[in-house]
Design a protein around this ligand. Structure first.
Ligand code: PEP
Ligand code: MG
Length: 804
């Protein structure tokens, strides 16, 4: 292969140009050497350094030299003079522009071109830019008799940014591999035929998304070359439209973060929000209606900030949406409508539409396009005012969305949604937890480019590994289907034994419960063999509506859950809102760090009427079925005293005495509480370790932040030490459970049970597999391994030891 040498005044510039060019030919290393700068930071060129670079780049087929300006050319000529004759004959100084020329030269060299051909390619590299910017048209190629009579085909460019440098390089590299002359033209623009083996000429086609291109070829492998081009075009030249780096086209490989196990294969479906129907409602007074607007704005602002925190190309869009929410003109219009007696939804909808219509009327097409942004964000606020989930899936397939709020995830229908791909989110966000509990495979944290995947593109995803393949080839699809079959065989085996208790190999029973967020979850928990509901997230009864459920409604809902579980114990956690779970009808002040703010029990103490009502409903239920009541986000013993006092008041208000079998416990999710476990133990019956929050607080890694998904691993020895502290502080009387997502992690069962945990509560669909994992544990061995894990440096080491 011919080598390349870059002679340049700046070392940094040369290296960056080489990196850019190398990206065009992944997996095909071209020998490129750099002779640039006098040192890392001083500009200049040096003939001796150029000679050294030439010697290093020459693998026998010679070298093409590209230079930047002025003395670079002189130094290169001087270097050439100093070379031995036979060496000098193999070196060609190329007059091409450095960056464009290097890219074209690299692609040509990777395709096996000779020195002169590489230099010609590089020299013509400005043609694409020139023709794009209206410089004199590139002369049409002389028609080639061989290609004119050879096989041909047409295809449409599917890449959203057209046949830009990377897909064009892919095309050129592929074509060069054939013993054929291949030509290509843009039928949509009527361009002349150009050689498809020339990157610079392909660039002159100006091929945009949707353009129809024609390819023809002559020579021994003409047919194969044409077929290959058409196949590549069908795969969007292995770029697929806007395919994110974490999504692999056509072949298995890297992915995002595994968030909900299972295999999903189906077409991309984007979440459609759309304008919701406006209910016929009268104003409840200007103050109340304006408060609804403010509450909805706060929710949407928070959601947008969360999405924005994911970073990436969409940040600017979210910034623009956030600005719109504070638009003085829009808000003044809404306020004036409300003051004239209009209800909040109508006032917001009319003002938003007026603003969007103003954008519609603008002459500038870019600004006109902003009307869509106005409608998107005002619809989002309208949905929040109405207490509706934002996401709605149109048709069945793989749902692709920026992120899912808990309310949206709760409405996923596994019959329709065969998988979920999220640009943002993390495996312990509430959206991911709900996807798991619905049994919908999900991969999260894929980055914003996943949102550009065209609707209908086939996706294969593995929610256990995080792997995502776009437009998979037949063999890949077959592999995914095989995995699905294996998984289903394993699940069938586990399901057959799911109703039986989980007992370790050395005879210790471990209860495996289910985390339940709805009646449907409770039914699923029962059919999956859950021994109890180890966590009922009662907040899902309070979300997605305009006012809180009253005592009767709560009692009925809790009883229905108990009924679905056939009388098994239910662990009712009191309202755990704040953080990523706001209530639309309980206005919350803005908090810089909501996860460190008024959440869980703190929120309940700020709204004692809500907690009192909920405790009354729980006490009523506890007279009929076995109930455990659990308080979330407890940090101090005094909070337990206060919560227990309110519980006693509820018992007194009910007037039927202490409910039989009522157990009282707390979530252990604040690191300080975990370390003080012994102080809590005399005042409760059980501890339930919420590893989702415990992990985020212990590692200072927000649970919804995809950038921290790997860091926020509950198997980090720091987190395990906190779990160990809880188990030791609990003593013999207090029962310890884990209800965070870690409990369902394949590697976790031996470690958690080894530390002393005797109950695991997981998504309903995970119950059978977790029971199987417990059955494989030998507690004596597990206890030793668990203590060893505490001394390991990080989660990766723990996983390696556990063989996962
Ligand atoms: C936890 O924090 O681990 C937990 C189970 O509670 P949630 O996920 O509902 O915050
Ligand atoms: Mg929690």
């Amino acid at each position: 292969m011919v080598g390349l040498v870059v002679v340049c005044h700046s070392r940094a510039l040369a290296r960056a140009a080489v990196a850019l060019a190398a990206e065009m030919v992944p997996g095909k290393p071209v020998p490129i050497e750099v002779a640039a700068g006098l040192d890392e930071t001083t500009f200049g060129t040096d003939a001796v350094a150029i000679m050294t670079a030439i010697a290093a780049a020459d693998q026998g087929d010679g070298v093409v030299l590209l230079m930047d300006l002025g003395s670079a050319v002189l130094s290169a000529e001087l270097a050439l003079e100093m070379l031995a004759d036979d060496q000098r004959d193999r070196v060609l100084l190329c007059p091409a522009p450095l960056v464009e020329g290097l890219v074209a030269a690299t692609v040509a060299a990777a395709g096996g071109a000779g020195r002169q051909e590489i230099a010609d390619e590089a020299t013509a590299a400005l043609a694409g830019k020139q023709s794009h910017l209206g410089a004199p048209a590139v002369p049409s190629e002389k028609p080639d008799e061989r290609t004119r009579t050879g096989p041909s085909a047409t295809f449409t460019v599917r890449n959203p940014h057209g046949l830009h440098a990377r897909p064009a390089a892919r095309l050129v590299t592929a074509v060069r591999a054939f013993d054929a002359d291949v030509e290509i033209r843009n039928r949509s623009t009527g361009s002349p035929w150009v050689p498809a083996a020339s990157l610079s000429r392909v660039a002159t086609l100006g091929a945009l998304s949707g353009h129809e291109l024609e390819v023809r070829a002559g020579g021994r492998q003409a047919r194969a070359a044409v077929d290959q081009v058409v196949a590549l075009a069908g795969r969007a030249f292995d770029e697929a439209a806007g395919v994110p780096e974490k999504v692999v086209t056509g072949r298995p490989g890297a992915g995002g973060l595994a968030a909900s196990p299972g295999i999903g294969v189906g077409p991309v479906r984007h979440v459609g929000s759309g304008r919701p129907e406006l209910p016929e409602v009268a104003s409840r007074g200007a103050a109340a209606e304006w408060q609804r607007i403010e509450a909805a704005l706060a929710v949407v602002r928070r959601d947008l900030r969360r999405l924005r925190a994911g970073g990436g190309a969409e940040t600017a869009i979210f910034d623009a949406h956030l600005l719109l929410l504070d638009d003085a003109d829009l808000l003044a219009d809404v306020r004036s409508r409300i003051e004239q007696g209009t209800a909040a939804p109508q006032a917001w909808s009319a003002a938003g539409e007026r603003l969007a219509a103003e954008f519609d009327a603008l002459a500038d097409p870019y600004l006109r396009g902003r009307a869509a942004d106005v409608r998107a964000v005002t619809d989002q606020v309208l949905r929040s005012i109405l207490g509706l989930p934002a996401a709605a899936l149109l048709g069945s397939g793989v749902l692709v969305a920026p992120d899912l709020t808990p309310a949206e995830a709760a409405s996923l229908d596994p019959e329709q949604v065969v998988g979920v791909l999220l640009a943002y989110g993390s495996p312990t966000s509430h959206g991911a937890i709900l996807a798991r509990s619905r049994g919908v495979p999900a991969v999260v944290g894929l980055g914003p480019a996943v949102l550009d995947l065209p609707s209908g593109t086939t996706i294969a995803l593995d929610g256990s590994t995080g792997e995502v393949v776009v437009a998979p080839a037949a063999a890949v699809l077959a592999d995914f289907r095989e995995r699905a079959t294996e998984l289903s065989a394993r699940r069938t085996r586990a399901a057959a034994r799911s109703a039986a208790p989980a007992v370790t190999r050395d005879g210790v029973p471990v209860a495996v419960g289910a985390n339940v967020g709805s009646l449907a979850d409770a039914r699923s928990a029962e059919s999956n063999g859950a021994d109890l509901a180890g966590l009922v997230r009662t907040e899902f009864l309070f979300l997605g509506r305009e006012s809180a459920p009253d005592v009767d409604e709560q009692q009925a809902a809790y009883l229905a859950i108990a009924g679905a579980l056939d009388g098994r114990r239910i662990t009712l956690r009191t309202l755990d809102v704040g953080g990523d779970k706001p209530l639309p009808y309980v206005p919350m002040g803005a908090e810089a760090n909501p996860f460190l703010g008024v959440r869980g029990i703190r929120h309940s103490f700020e709204h004692p009427e809500l907690l009192a009502q909920q405790l009354l409903a729980i006490i009523r239920v506890a007279h009929d079925v076995p109930v455990s009541v659990m308080f979330p986000m407890v940090s101090t013993v005094s909070e337990v005293f206060r919560a227990r006092r309110m519980l006693d008041e509820a018992v007194a208000a009910h007037g039927a005495g202490d409910p039989p079998g009522l157990q009282v416990g707390i979530m252990m999710e604040v690191p300080a509480a975990a370390l003080k476990a012994a102080a809590f133990a005399p005042h409760v019956d059980f501890f339930s370790i919420g590893t989702n929050d415990l992990t985020q607080y212990a590692l200072a890694a927000e649970r919804g932040n995809p950038a921290l998904g790997v860091l926020a691993d509950g198997l980090d020895p720091g987190v395990l030490r906190l779990i160990d502290a809880v188990c030791r502080g609990a003593g013999d009387r207090v029962h310890v459970s884990v209800c965070g997502e870690l409990a369902a992690d394949e590697a976790a069962a031996p470690i958690l049970t080894g530390l002393g945990v005797r109950e695991l509560s997981v998504a309903p669909a995970a119950v059978p597999a977790v029971k199987e994992a417990v059955r494989a544990v030998d507690l004596a061995t597990a206890a030793v391994a668990a203590v060893r894990a505490l001394g390991l440096p990080d989660a990766a080491a723990v996983r390696e030891r556990a063989g996962r």
